[in-house]
Write a protein that binds this ligand. Structure first.
Ligand SMILES: [Zn+2]
Ligand SMILES: [Zn+2]
Length: 235
């Protein structure tokens, strides 16, 4: 009983009190502007050789040697060891500080919009659609929201690109010991994506296996270019 009352009071407190910055505790927003600028941006580069590349697209040479990779680039805000970003992602995903989704999404989106101005003409002439990385249905039910959708909303707000939520993740399936058939984890259920650039949104990219599986489903649905937009990159 006592515990229930305390929990209720904490909920009320969260509701009434203004948010405080997760890094400096200043009242106002879940991540204050002064702490946002401390997050170290990483340059846009080819995902495999590291050469500077607009939007994090593969350079020509790497694109030729890595033809089986389904996404065309990785646009990352910072690296996985940035402490403020790591704290922010944790608060968003595991403490349910949903307002961080839009804050971080807008930060990522603003950078993306600036870089887009320098994008190759072949990309610029096409329509662009934002697609959040879906969660496993069971995980989404447990968490109550998909953090990638919230980040995508922030990107949409600053870019004007529309969000499409037709990429679905299939329910958990038994991993196959011989080959983990990632490709079939995702399915795109919607109008064909032919003639569109896709911004595939996730909070982090570690091995790239999930992004590869999702991008493969999008390419099968006709997508022309798939750029993974992420808050952190591990490699
Ligand atoms: Zn702060
Ligand atoms: Zn390269």
């Amino acid at each position: 009983m006592f515990k229930k009352v305390i929990n209720l009071l904490l909920k009320i407190e969260n509701f009434i009190l203004p948010e405080t910055c997760l890094n400096c505790r200043r009242a106002g927003q879940a991540l204050c502007p002064a702490c946002r600028v401390q997050i170290k941006k990483i340059p846009e580069r080819c995902p495999t050789c590291g050469r500077r590349q607009n939007l994090g697209l593969f350079c020509q040479k790497c694109r030729q040697t890595h033809r089986t990779i389904s996404f065309d680039g990785i646009f990352a805000y910072t690296s996985e060891d940035d402490q403020i970003m790591t704290k922010a992602i944790k608060a968003l995903k595991y403490q349910g500080v949903k307002s961080l989704g839009r804050i971080l999404g807008k930060m990522l989106g603003r950078r993306l919009v600036i870089s887009w101005k320098q994008a190759p003409a072949s990309i610029k002439k096409r329509n662009t659609i934002i697609i959040p990385m879906p969660l496993h249905p069971r995980r989404q039910r447990a968490r109550g929201f998909n953090h990638s959708q919230l980040i995508a909303a922030g990107i949409a707000q600053v870019s004007g690109w529309l969000i499409n939520e037709n990429l679905k993740r299939k329910a958990w399936h038994k991993p196959n010991a011989v080959s983990l058939d990632n490709q079939k984890t995702f399915v795109y259920k919607g109008k064909l994506l032919t003639g569109n650039n896709i911004i595939l949104v996730d909070d982090a990219i570690a091995t790239g296996a999930t992004a590869q599986a999702a991008a493969q489903a999008l390419k099968t649905a006709g997508a022309d270019t798939v750029i993974v937009a992420t808050l952190t990159q591990s490699f």
